[in-house]
Design a protein around this ligand. Structure first.
Ligand code: GTP
Length: 209
């Protein structure tokens, strides 16, 4: 609460990662600006957008970092992994390689965060492109289950599940924030609760969930 009695929003840092052209920028634009750009303008390094949301009557200011998927920006982009509270890991359901690369992105998260726990959600984007689909919804779901993280298929173009995905990860982060009385709220939203990031025993649970 501010001195004027107005509720001040708490800041939450989110990050989108995934291969180039999977639709990270479009997802953020759809969520934060209600807009979709059909032209591909690759992100140079890093960008961000801000959006305020209301979760259970409390205001949160989301700072959403949009990382470049291209390999040449990897040193810059991975430096933003540290300190973020929620990660949307995105692949393109029409490009199998982007799905196969999810494990590499997971490894990088673990490596950069030195095993510290961070909330994550797996996103299969471009679900409007039914005819070009190369990764089934069941495959996406199975992989997310292996990592014990939530999963959603989205379309930034047709605005399918976009709000839901960002709100889901935000709620997961919020449920792990210290409450006004101290300590996390302890709510169990599943998925991120026992995140043991496949293949790693280093995941020290901290912060959310
Ligand atoms: P980098 O900045 O290089 O990492 O790429 P990105 O992941 O941010 O991809 P971007 O959002 O720029 O989208 C790449 C292309 O995919 C653009 O031409 C978008 O219009 C298109 N696109 C993004 N999301 C969707 C979607 O949900 N459906 C369809 N059909 N096209 C999409």
């Amino acid at each position: 609460m501010s001195r004027s009695g107005k509720q001040t929003a708490k800041n939450i840092k989110l990050l989108t990662i995934g291969d180039s052209a999977v639709g990270k920028t479009c997802l953020i634009s759809q969520f934060a600006r209600d807009s979709f750009n059909p032209n591909f303008i690759t992100t140079i390094g890093i960008d961000y957008k801000i959006k305020e949301v209301d979760i259970d009557g409390s205001k949160y200011k989301l700072l959403i970092w949009d990382t470049a998927g291209q390999e040449r920006f990897r040193t810059i982009t991975t430096s933003y992994f540290r300190g973020c509270q929620g990660i949307l890991l995105v692949y393109d359901i029409t490009v199998k390689k982007t799905f196969d690369n999810v494990s590499n992105w997971m490894d990088q998260i673990i490596q950069v965060n030195d095993g510290q726990h961070v909330c994550k959600i797996l996103i299969g984007n471009k679900c409007d492109m039914v005819a070009e689909r190369k990764v089934t919804e069941a495959e996406g779901k199975k992989l997310a289950e292996e990592y014990k993280i939530p999963f959603m298929e989205t379309s930034a173009k047709d605005n399918i599940n976009v709000q839901e995905a960002f709100l889901h990860i935000t709620k997961d982060v919020v449920s792990g924030l210290p409450s006004e009385n101290g300590g996390g709220s302890g709510s169990d939203r599943g998925g991120n609760k026992a995140d043991l990031s496949k293949g790693s025993k280093k995941d020290k649970k901290k912060g959310c969930c």
